[in-house]
Design a protein. Structure first.
Length: 207
């Protein structure tokens, strides 16, 4: 954001107790503090870590090295600013059978660096590039069951609130016999303060 726009943005945000801004880790620094000082409420900075899978991270081409993310997270901690992190489920170039594992590893990494909120975002096609990668065998769309399993495993992270992004969840493939129950379970885990997830509902069609 242009520095000259910050005072007006802060003025517009005055009625809110908290403000979240999305930022690349490379832009977190003195200007972040300048904006935080202008706000009447607290500031949370959201960063897309995406994945710590080394091959997938390189292909994403976000120009985000882990040490740069670490420095940005440390900067926010040092100045008592909140960190929210986005992690991907089904990132291109992550083998489908390892998708849940790498999502959990990425969430754990973010939490270990001080993230207080972590959002699991299932990768969705529709932009053409993902369809091209899928045809090459480099991308397998994540399923509803994978999102459910990844969220459940991430509930073991005690230092952060982990939720699943349910926007356009109907696009995720899954068994139609238990889809409604799985979606309801994900939504319950998103909203429940309990570290214990609700018991999965067995589905004979998935057995």
């Amino acid at each position: 954001m242009p520095a000259e726009d910050l005072p007006r943005i802060a003025e517009l945000a005055a009625p809110f107790a908290a403000v979240t801004v999305e930022s690349h880790a490379n832009t977190i620094g003195p200007s972040t503090l300048e904006f935080a000082v202008l706000l009447s409420g607290t500031l949370e900075v959201a960063v897309g870590l995406e994945t710590v899978h080394p091959v997938a991270a390189a292909h994403l081409n976000k120009k985000l090295e882990l040490d740069r993310f670490d420095r940005a997270a440390a900067f926010l901690r040092e100045h008592d600013l909140d960190l929210r992190v986005f992690v991907l489920l089904g990132a291109p170039h992550v083998p489908a059978q390892e998708s849940i594992e790498w999502t959990v590893k990425t969430a754990e990494y973010a939490a270990s660096r001080g993230a207080r909120r972590i959002s699991i975002i299932p990768v969705r096609g529709g932009n053409g590039e993902l369809e091209r990668l899928e045809a090459l065998g480099d991308f397998v769309p994540p399923t509803l069951a994978q999102l459910e399993a990844a969220l459940e495993r991430c509930l073991a992270i005690r230092s952060a609130v982990v939720t699943a992004d349910v926007w356009d969840i109907a696009r995720l493939s899954g068994c139609e016999n238990c889809r409604a129950q799985r979606v309801a379970r994900i939504q319950t885990m998103n909203l429940s303060p309990s570290p214990q997830p609700p018991t999965p509902i067995p589905c004979s069609a998935c057995a």
